[in-house]
Design a protein around this ligand. Sequence first.
Ligand code: BES
Ligand code: MN
Ligand code: MN
Length: 465
Amino acid sequence: MNTIQSYIKDHKNRFLDELIELLKIPSVSADPTYKKEVISTANFVLESLKKAGCDHVEICETPGYPIIYGEKIIDKNLPTVLVYGHYDVQPADPIDLWTSPPFEPVIKKTAIHPEGAIFARGACDDKGQMYMHVKALEFMTSSGNLPCNVKFMIEGEEEVGSESLAWFVPRNKEKLANDVILISDTGMIANDIPSITTGLRGLSYVEVEVTGPNRDLHSGLYGGAVANPINILTKMIASLHDENNHITIPGFYDTVVDLSEEERAEMAKAPFSIENYKKALQIDATHGEKGYTTNERNSIRPTLDVNGIWGGYTGKGAKTVIASKAYAKISMRLVPNQDWKSITQLFKNHFEQIAPASVSVKVTPHHGGQGYVTPIDNIAYQAASIAYETTFGKKPIPQRSGGSIPIVALFEKELKSKTILMGFGLDSDAIHSPNEHFGIWNYLKGIETIPYFYQHFTQLSKKNN
Ligand code: BES
Ligand code: MN
Ligand code: MN
């Protein structure tokens, strides 16, 4: 056993206990009733960075929730790694579907996690993954294994669009100056198939409101003679995809850069079983854009999905009514080179244009962001690759993800540095869903792997100079 392995073995129980304490605080950024809890989570992170060996920590106030900053600068001539993560979590609902309360973490075994997984909101996204970095830092500082400078920037608004961070970063470029940004807020293929995320999709999130008559109407007296906004809205939404499941918004695909046949062939080499995929989701068939595989559809292709739809009577029993209004929340996942603001505008124009004269339509843009691709021909990727190979015994596969971390593109624009996405979660960890969990094996493997990234990144930087 090497130093990091024995350190983890000796401190494993404390590492778990500390994460459990962090997971008990309901830091739901979307819901203002949790304001106090979100702030106490920020303080928890601050204290943990102090204890892990940062020699300067601070709470950076913003127009929203604070950003926790910490650093340990050992030598100005050495490279600097900037770690980003988030301490906020998604709302826990629907609560009824949790098998144990979302903010009372418990360890349970699952088929994929025979060594146990911690069940709690935020276990994987992102408290567990963020805290791996704090514990890796603790190991490096306490054992004299920190080879370079490190900065931490942990925010509390990722799940609601990172608005305050977008405000903070351009105002603190010097403080945040770095040679590489390191993030664990994504996943990997499987515990025995390590992978490094090399792409994130962009996002445009809009809300639509369709208004028909000025008040709710008796569906017998008026039905058939006036527009029913729910009927109209669903028809409008249905028209946004054609029979091949292509998106019909004019210009939507104009800036999409298609992957070459070689790149697609390379992608197709990643191990994947469509049968297991269907089985895990209990579906008889998959669905998506014609001409693309499941893994292409969920990573390199843009999409449009209704996230929520409501209107009219949804209470118990029946009520005969034509509602005055109908609503939907719609997200578009974008690929790199699609500009989220232009796409939002295209959506708005199109949606207003397809509305019949019998209704009026309001489109309200929410947040969004650009996609991102990490190059794999640089020392940061190489360092990450060697790190995984060291601890997993296998070379990791580069893989583009379908999720979004919109702030990553802004980091590149403002700080001029590349981001490495070393995720240790699994798709089956149920992030954003009931019963979110994070494997104990994954948590400890992350803590073990991270110090190797620092080591190899520092070595490769020296060679390059
Ligand atoms: N950590 C996720 C993103 C993610 C998860 C990327 C898994 C790749 C693999 C992040 O917290 C998240 O949920 N992002 C949001 C976007 C944000 C603007 C709310 C998303 O992807 O829906
Ligand atoms: Mn996240
Ligand atoms: Mn998330």
